[in-house]
Design a protein around this ligand. Structure first.
Ligand code: DX5
Ligand code: ZN
Length: 219
């Protein structure tokens, strides 16, 4: 992985032209962030397994499926079969995360765990070494285009500290409100995979938007 990468979230893409939208970001990214919402864990509904399956043949981007659903274990296998490469579930949605992580790994996929901004960061710290990716939500999950919550910076730093202390290569991803104004602080706090929905797809030239985000980081 590079020092940091932009992970375009198709939540803000034009769903009527999804394949074309994905083509527009392909050259400037490695990952594609896919937000699955069930109307229970979050107050919104997006798309599910059939859409992941439909876009899989369109691209070689790494599919980072973000499950905002109350019963992730029931759907892990279906998303793996549909073409997910990384499957991320929320720590708040399971009593014991270990079996879900094990299931994802048994399917040959990378396991991610996400945390809601209202959940104390301590809840996820013991899992940093067991996951391939930690996804820190920097907005309340459910909708694109919200403002970055500044208190997320300390939460990113807390995860980064564990990664450094233990010499891990867990990806530290941040999701919500990433834009030209916020990205530099987020990367400096320790994140290396930046999910960006509206910042990428609200600009007609999606590829240029990705390059602009990257240019705002001074390392
Ligand atoms: C929100 C989703 C995000 C969303 C971010 O619940 O998890 O992935 O696409 O959107 P922006 O980048 O617009 O804040
Ligand atoms: Zn997301």
């Amino acid at each position: 992985m590079k020092d940091f990468e932009i992970n375009p979230s198709i939540l803000s893409a034009d769903f009527g032209h999804l394949a074309d939208e994905i083509k527009k970001v392909e050259k400037d990214s490695t990952f594609l962030h896919i937000d699955v919402m069930d109307g229970h864990y979050v107050p919104n509904i997006t798309f599910g397994v059939p859409v992941v399956k439909a876009i899989r043949p369109q691209t070689n981007l790494i599919f980072d499926v973000h499950l905002m659903i109350t019963n992730p274990m029931d759907f892990v296998e279906a998303f793996a079969d549909a073409g997910a490469d990384m499957i991320t579930f929320h720590v708040e949605t399971v009593e014991d995360p270990q079996p879900v992580i094990d299931k994802i790994h048994s399917l040959g996929k990378r396991a991610g765990m996400s945390i809601h901004p209202d959940t104390p960061i301590d809840k996820i710290l013991p899992w940093v070494e067991k996951c391939d990716l930690i996804l820190i939500m920097s907005v309340r999950p459910g909708f694109g285009g919200q403002h970055f919550m500044e208190e997320s910076l300390d939460r990113i730093a807390a995860v980064k500290k564990i990664v450094e202390e233990k010499g891990l290569n867990t990806i530290i991803s941040v999701d919500g409100g990433i834009c030209t104004e916020t990205i530099d602080r987020v990367v400096k706090a320790g994140a290396n995979l930046l999910v960006a929905g509206s910042a990428v797809f609200s600009n007609d030239d999606h590829a240029k938007a990705i390059r602009e985000l990257i240019s705002c980081v001074s390392l």
